[in-house]
Every structure is written in structure tokens, then in C-alpha cells.
Design a protein around this ligand. Sequence first.
Ligand SMILES: NC(=O)c1ccc[n+]([C@@H]2O[C@H](COP(=O)([O-])OP(=O)(O)OC[C@H]3O[C@@H](n4cnc5c(N)ncnc54)[C@H](OP(=O)(O)O)[C@@H]3O)[C@@H](O)[C@H]2O)c1
Length: 256
Amino acid sequence: MPSPQHAAMFDLTGRVALVTGASRGLGAAMSTGLARAGAEVILNGRDPATLEAQAAAMRAEGLKVRISAFDVRDPAAIERAVAEMGPVDILLHNAGNQYRGPVEELTEEGWHSVLDTHLTALFRLSKLLVPGMKQRRRGKIIATGSLASDLGRGTITPYSAAKGGLKMFIRALAVELGPHNIQCNAIGPGWFDTEMNKPLLNNPEWLATVKRRCPAGRYAAPEEIAGTAVFLASPASDFVSGQLIFVDGGVTANMM
Ligand SMILES: NC(=O)c1ccc[n+]([C@@H]2O[C@H](COP(=O)([O-])OP(=O)(O)OC[C@H]3O[C@@H](n4cnc5c(N)ncnc54)[C@H](OP(=O)(O)O)[C@@H]3O)[C@@H](O)[C@H]2O)c1
């Protein structure tokens, strides 16, 4: 049985967390983790029906959850939603999309869609939520990065630019907000079994790459990201800021 002191380190009771891209995949898993640690979680995505289904599954477990459907690429929609939701103690910006292709074939529209979803939305949400965090003198800003925050791979240049930019936005924000007791960090997932990776999951060539590059030799289940999100949202990480923590089965430690 863990001691009360241990439990308190990870206790999110009384905290409100906004998780973008929470209707499925890593966002749903991290939301469930935060709610199980005691937080009231606001689930965001674009489709109210999918969000409601995820919320119902969590409520069936006795967890506290609300939904807020908006497109994170739409600044007016973000403003409206944030104005309605009241104080937010934890921002976990996780919404993500992908747009692949050789650079000469990419469109302006595709480029901006990826940059807006991963990076500009993080700026817009931070801008609106930081004043309240400063007033309360506490806050956690967490963003989902990627292996692509640090490592290059062809045909995903917009995604890599967005995830690399997100890492540096978080580092700079950590410096700016440290004096206000607001910690900012990123999580870098390796290869997880989610909708976004469906095109790769059944590709034997890609599976061979995963086995070779990932010391764990496998894809991860979405639930395997939750512990790191809880850590970065909780008092246990009050002296951790400006970091990108990889949850990748050892990929980024592997020279070969
Ligand atoms: N899976 C991996 O292996 C992996 C690895 C590294 C990093 N990541 C990152 O982890 C995050 C989650 O990925 P995932 O694999 O869980 O993807 P996923 O299963 O495709 O889920 C993406 C989530 O984002 C939401 N979303 C997408 N565009 C949105 C928008 N414009 N506004 C609001 N919500 C939006 C989706 O809901 P709606 O479509 O209903 O809006 C969904 O809830 C992403 O940032 C991704 O880049 C994933």
C-alpha cells in the first residue's frame, strides 16, 4: 500500500485539465490517466459525438469529465471555448494531424494545417490560459511532441517543423513562466498503436524497422503514455521544466 505522502505527489484532486485531441488514441489515454489521478478533465476534439462517447466511458468509471468541441486551428473557436470553461490548471496540448509527401508536392494549405494544429494552437491556448495560471501562481503546460521533435525523417517535413518548433516553444515558455511557478514540458512518444499510425501498422517493412530501431521491439499501447502525463501534471514534477521526455521504448537511446 503506497503511503499518503507518496499518493499526494501524484494527486490531481481539485485540478482542472484541458486535453486537446482527447477523443481517441494518446489523448484519450492521457485524459483517463489524469482523471484517475483526481483531475476534472475537459476533453477536446472536433467531433462532439466521439467526445461524448469517450466521456461516457470515463464517467462509467466514476471519473470527472466535461467535453469542449472545437477545432484547434480556429482562433475564434478557441477563444469562445476557453471563455466558457473557467479556470484551467493543466493544459495538455495533444491534438495532432499528419501530412506526408515529398517537399515539392506539398501544398501551402497542408503545411499550414499541420503547423496550426500542433504549434500555433499551443501558442493560442497558452496565451489565453497563462494569465489565470499566473494569478493562481501555479500551472502545468504540457505538449505532445514526437521523435520528430529531435530526429529527421523524409516526407514529413511539416510535421517535423511543427514538432521541433513545439519543443522550443515549450523550452522558452518554461524560462518565461518559471518565476510564476508554472512548469512547461513536452512528451515525446515513440511508436504507438493509434489511428494516426494505421497506415504503418500493417506494413511489414515498417514493422521490421520498428523491431530494429526500438530496443523494446514493439509498438506501444496508448495506455503506456499515461504515467508520464500524470507525472508532468502533478506536484511530483514541480522542479521539472523545459524538458522533452521521450516515451519511446529506447529508440532515441539507440545508435543503430
Ligand atoms: N501515435 C504515435 O505513435 C505518435 C507518436 C508521436 C507523436 N504522436 C502525437 O500524439 C498526438 C496524438 O496522436 P494519436 O496517435 O493519438 O492520434 P489520433 O489517434 O489520430 O488522435 C488525434 C486526436 O486529435 C484530434 N484532432 C485532430 N485535429 C484536430 C483539430 N484540428 N482540432 C481539435 N482536435 C483535433 C482528433 O479528434 P478529431 O479528429 O475528432 O478532431 C483526435 O482526438 C499527436 O500530436 C501526434 O502527433 C503520436
